[in-house]
Design a protein around this ligand. Sequence first.
Ligand code: A3P
Length: 309
Amino acid sequence: MNSPSDMDLSSLPKEKWWGEDYLCQVGDFWLLPQFIEPINRVINNFKPIPSDVILASFPKTGTTWLKSLLYSIVNRPSIHRLAMEHPHELVPFLEVQLYASSKEPLTITSSSKPRRIFATHIPYQLMAKTFDSSECKVVYVTRNPKDTLISTWHFMNKWEKAKEEPWSLDEATEKFCRGVVPCGPYYDHVMGYKKLSIERPNNVFFLTFEELIYDTKSHVKKLGEFLGCPFGDNEEEQVEETVRNCSFEVLSNLEVNKSEESPSWFKLPYNSFFRKGEVGDHKNYLSAETIGRIDEITKEKFQSSGFMY
Ligand code: A3P
């Protein structure tokens, strides 16, 4: 399989994604052309140390929530930090922030703490060498594909480009099912980390947005143990506080997260990462036929792993 390091952009397979914009194929994955170089830099230069925590996810599956939870679990108490900085600033993306423009990572206060936490949307298959050679802890969050599709569709339609050329739900569905979306195919992304979590359970914690919604407390406790920072004394109280501080209601009402300003590294405002935060919103948008079609694909793709939605 090719990795981004050994290829020239113009030689990559391309496919139209939205209007005139296209994605490039690296290995089996479709990437936005502007992220190919940064991803290459991460793959070639980022060497995680054993105490590092890396949050991996497919876009729109709960990354922002997990960023705030992981930050809070590792740095207790955290409410004052959460009130001052957006979760994306507390836990930076490797490819979008740290290695965006140089092979020397940007210095971000929170990423130089003794316990560093980073995030990435890079598929495991493209970053296998980095993960396989490290004892760092990886947390992977995934989400029901239909809600992921709807969340992605809403998010893309906030882009400037959508004002002139909205991304239709039919097109978004078609591309999602074929895997031609940034970091797609979704199914291969999930399976890469799912397999890794089975092979290396001490290093990889795999969870779903839905599990987290239905029982946030017990997952927060388990994450604390997995990361080597269990809650200990006053466990119930501390877990409850962490869950509350990172809840959609609390986070989305913090001034820093309601901000209409955009970060230096992204074109959308900070508030665009919070919409509804619910399970099952796809039922408000997708026809029974489309739901059936996506369910069939999901069954086929996930069956072999015993993992199912
Ligand atoms: P919806 O668009 O369905 O509302 P990501 O962070 O990976 O971009 O995912 C964004 C999704 O997570 C959005 O879903 C967003 O509303 C939801 N989200 C953000 N913060 C959340 C929180 N604290 N609790 C639950 N969902 C959250």
